[in-house]
Design a binder for this molecule. Sequence first.
Ligand SMILES: Nc1ncnc2c1ncn2[C@@H]1O[C@H](COP(=O)(O)OP(=O)(O)OP(=O)(O)O)[C@@H](O)[C@H]1O
Length: 335
Amino acid sequence: MSVIELHDLRKVYPDDVVALDGLTFDVSAGEIFGCLGRNGAGKTTTVRILTALTRPTAGSVQVLGLDPQRARREIQSQVGVSLQQAALDQLMTGREHLVLMARLRGLGAAAGRRRSDALLERFGLGAVADRYVATYTIGMQRRLDTAMALLHEPTLLFLDEPTTGLDPQSRRALWSFVSEFRADGGTVFLTTQYLDEADQLCDRIAILDHGRVSVLDTPSALKRGVGGKVLRVGNANPEHLPGVVAIVGEQACRIDDSTLDVDLSGQEELLPDVLAELRRAGVPMARVDLVDPSIEEVFVRLTGEGVDTRGMSERAAGVAAIGRTLATGRGGGAR
Ligand SMILES: Nc1ncnc2c1ncn2[C@@H]1O[C@H](COP(=O)(O)OP(=O)(O)OP(=O)(O)O)[C@@H](O)[C@H]1O
């Protein structure tokens, strides 16, 4: 059953800014659906239209079987929304936010307090519940905002870039919350600029480009679709890289956290040469593996380096580091 249906959706802002240019997809009940794309691709506009915060210019949209513009209150009472810019009052405590929101949601005083307490604990905010939000970290503010979106126990949750700016621990905590929410029967629509997040968390991913869906599928189908294997070298040393780059070319090499990925698609015949080079450089073969391409590689292969997501920029920095190592002959390129 579809809980979200978009057909040929267009949104044109004043001054002819085209944010959405014929967006079509649907989201099934119980899915974690990821919407990926660079800045300005149209992700937030999509969330705002689905949650009745913005009116589309053309096209049709249904959320839980309702038209958001005609059934605005009904939709907003049934879905949870955590937007990129959390609307929190710095001079209120976390608990005050939740209790106030519970009142706005029509929960009785006792029920509101109970639900607030439970959510404060669930999101690890119990110890700071009575501190001003001004003293919260970005991660705490984001968790509070997500907790507020859950007060009325929605079954459909919209999270707009929920982990942007969070430290790795907070990101993982958010991921496990999203998985649990789905395991309890919920549906999640999330936008992200992090490719690894979409890969690990989402059942299906739509990559948006200039207000359109450029590809949409499960992470594994996307990876299968592009074909080709990646040779992964763990604990790679920058000194090992020039030889490999000389064989496969700089574009095929990516390094991240000392892991070197060599994209062999279309040049599989080079595998023996690369292995021989690694062996010559003294890399233990136990550290070498053949793996499926990551969503990042899919992204690069399908759309080219032009899709500037933050995750890709980090990898691009890694490739640039290899380039610098080659150019200067100095090590230290890997992060
Ligand atoms: N209120 C607005 N008025 C005019 N233009 C807007 C408005 N909101 C968004 N836009 C423009 O619409 C396009 C899509 O923006 P949108 O925020 O939906 O993209 P996004 O993928 O969410 O980007 P980001 O990752 O930066 O949030 C961009 O060109 C943006 O500048």
